[in-house]
Design a protein around this ligand. Structure first.
Ligand code: COA
Length: 314
């Protein structure tokens, strides 16, 4: 491997999304749970979510859209990384199904860092491009509805299904990634978990408290490493868990809420899929211009966290 390949940067070329057609509104949940639309909107910001499909099926749809938009022949793709906590099977990786169905020539693996998974995959993708790869497809896809107890009002109101994907390509020069941070505090793994074959269990208040803290710490670390300040950031793309978590974190990061992307009112919490879904929504809406600085911030079960500062240049 050429020594200078380790210096090679990468940029996002395109993006794609997939949401299952079935919509479950808060009013639908009122029929089976002791809850109300008003309570869910006030405490979380979520109004409806999408449910259904398989993780690989959603990943294939989002991945195909991203490949088509980039104009990439799948045989030129070196690797697909599928960030997911809900693979279709325990073995093999769902990424192998995606690789085969999309006709990708390169390697494939799943990555589980819970809701930080997509940003972990993004950082890993940059590293592998630095190590010599040319084209990487990154996907976050989940079918959390399969591991949600629909009789538990503490979790059923939050979690949902979906997928988002981006194509990442090598460029000459430093590329888009200016600074990043990732981490984990496994001592807090019991506050949000699901046994194999079981349902998600969560201490909501504790997750909330820690989520705000790690978003602020990790976001600030990435900003510092990028050599930029919060006021330089044009857009924050946070993990879509709860609008109050996003508001608290933005306040503490000193970034106005108008600069934060939120799609959770329509998607709920789709874990690994949430950041690419939000990024795609902002990009499609024309909210990001070439040269803008974008801060991605994820946190999730583990607890894990991951942040990245990108100079947008698709
Ligand atoms: N509908 C109506 N009432 C509900 C409810 C629901 N769906 N869920 C809980 N309640 C009740 C509780 O039983 C409690 O009642 P009590 O005061 O009589 O005991 C009251 O509402 C407050 O509960 P609490 O758990 O303190 O609410 P909260 O403001 O912390 O909101 C969450 C609960 C789950 C919305 C919030 O803690 C949260 O979003 N946490 C983070 C979860 C998360 O992001 N997880 C994913 C991380 S990747």
């Amino acid at each position: 491997m050429a020594e200078d390949s380790l210096m090679r940067g990468a940029v996002i070329r395109s993006w794609g999304t997939a949401l299952p057609p079935k919509v479950v509104t808060n009013h639908d949940l009122e029929q089976t749970l002791d809850t109300s639309d008003e309570w869910i909107v006030e405490r979380t910001g979520i109004r409806e979510r999408r449910v259904g499909g398989t993780t690989s099926g959603l990943a294939i749809e989002a991945g195909r859209q991203a490949l088509d938009r980039a104009g990439w022949d799948p045989s030129t793709v070196d690797l697909v990384i599928l960030a997911t906590t809900t693979p279709d099977q325990q073995v093999p990786a769902s990424a192998s199904t995606v690789q085969n169905e999309l006709g990708i020539a390169g390697g494939a693996f799943d990555l589980n860092a819970a809701c930080s998974g997509f940003v972990y995959a993004l950082i890993a993708g940059h590293g592998l491009i630095g190590a010599g790869m040319s084209r990487v497809l990154l996907i976050g896809a989940e079918t959390l509805s399969r591991i949600t107890d629909w009789d538990d009002r503490g979790t059923a109101i939050l979690f949902a299904d979906g997928a988002g994907a981006v194509t990442l390509e090598a460029v000459d020069g430093p590329g888009q990634l200016l600074g990043w941070d990732l981490g984990s505090d496994g001592s807090a793994r019991h506050i949000l978990d699901a046994d194999i074959g079981g349902y998600l269990e969560m201490d909501g208040r504790e997750v909330f408290r820690r989520a705000v803290r790690v978003m602020v710490e990790s976001g600030n670390t990435a900003l510092e490493r990028a050599g930029v300040s919060a006021s330089d950031i044009s857009l924050v793309v946070p993990h879509q868990a709860n609008i109050r978590i996003i508001e608290s974190a933005c306040t503490r990061l000193d970034i106005p809420m108008e600069r934060a992307v939120s799609v959770l009112d329509r998607t709920g919490n789709t874990s690994s899929a949430s950041i690419p879904l939000a990024l795609a929504d902002a990009a499609d809406a024309g909210r990001i211009s070439p040269g803008d600085l974008v801060l991605l911030v994820g946190f999730g079960a583990g607890m894990t966290w991951a942040s990245a500062v990108l100079r947008w240049q698709p």
